[in-house]
Design a binder for this molecule. Structure first.
Ligand SMILES: C[S@@+](CC[C@H](N)C(=O)[O-])C[C@H]1O[C@@H](n2cnc3c(N)ncnc32)[C@H](O)[C@@H]1O
Length: 249
């Protein structure tokens, strides 16, 4: 696994295809079937300093701006996403400090500064989970909160064959692989699927205590979906997203 070539492949993808293809995964949603409005993991953010890791086009930062956070900071590996975020936030009269960098690297974010660091479907792109969690811990004040969501690793192991879901990949396999993510087969991303225990152990090593973990599918959101939709069928049977709320000790 060559970190620089992964940065290059993935930033190219997010600069060119990015959210236009995936559809944004943004607050109040942590993923298709989990919502902040129900889970209330952040609580009242008024007057709080917020940093988003992998801020994409800035819609989740806007959500916190609308809820009166005092400072909005975001970072992302893709220049294009940073441009989109700058434009989106300025359209709503919100100012934010936005930095283009891989989350794994030192990039001038202040230490012992933030009340919340959060990430919606971006943490799993890191090439160095322990290093990234340790940087995130350094950005937070003591007792500061880190919240992140990502694809549930079980969801990544299961494929649909006719009307059955079957395991086609080992849950324990965390090797790096490339996926075409564009319908025309053009966009490529490189990633690895970490186990839940890998996230939990990396959080503990970085000095976090886990306060809450969510893997349930929200039944009310599920009811709004077409029940023949493949994603909804999955979400009914097993978790497709997980969210962790952790506090820096
Ligand atoms: C699914 S999007 C997140 C969308 C975001 N939550 C929003 O509100 O728009 C994932 C983001 O992670 C960024 N990303 C991927 N790898 C990264 C890395 N190593 N460091 C920082 N950002 C990264 C991508 O550029 C992309 O904008």
């Amino acid at each position: 696994m060559n970190k620089d070539s992964i940065y290059k492949t993935n930033s190219f993808y997010w600069d060119t295809k990015g959210n236009d293809f995936l559809g944004a995964i943004v607050l109040p949603l942590y993923g298709a079937f989990v919502s902040e409005e129900k889970c209330q993991l952040f609580g009242d953010v008024s007057g709080k300093k917020m940093l988003e890791i992998g801020c994409g086009n800035g819609q989740s930062l806007k959500y916190h701006g609308d809820h009166k956070a005092s400072e909005l900071w975001g970072m992302d590996i893709s220049e294009k996403q940073i441009e989109k975020a700058t434009q989106h936030l300025s359209e709503y009269g919100l100012s934010a400090k936005l930095i283009c960098s891989p989350m794994e690297e030192e990039c001038g974010i202040p230490e012992d500064y933030f009340d919340f660091v959060y990430s919606i479907y971006a943490i799993g792109w890191t090439t160095d989970l322990e290093g990234t969690f340790s940087r995130i811990a350094s950005y937070l004040k003591k007792d500061g909160v880190f919240i992140f969501s990502w694809s549930h690793p079980i969801h990544k192991c299961v494929v649909r064959e006719n009307d059955m879901f079957t395991f086609n990949k080992s849950y324990f396999d965390d090797s790096w692989y490339s996926v075409p993510l564009d319908l025309a087969g053009e966009g490529v991303l490189t990633l690895a699927d970490y186990k839940l225990s890998t996230y939990v152990n990396a959080l503990a090593k970085a000095g976090f205590v886990i306060e809450q973990m969510i893997e349930e599918t929200d039944k009310e959101i599920l009811q709004l979906q077409d029940e023949n939709n493949d994603f909804a069928k999955r979400a009914k049977l097993f978790p497709v997203t997980f969210v962790i709320k952790a506090r820096k000790l």
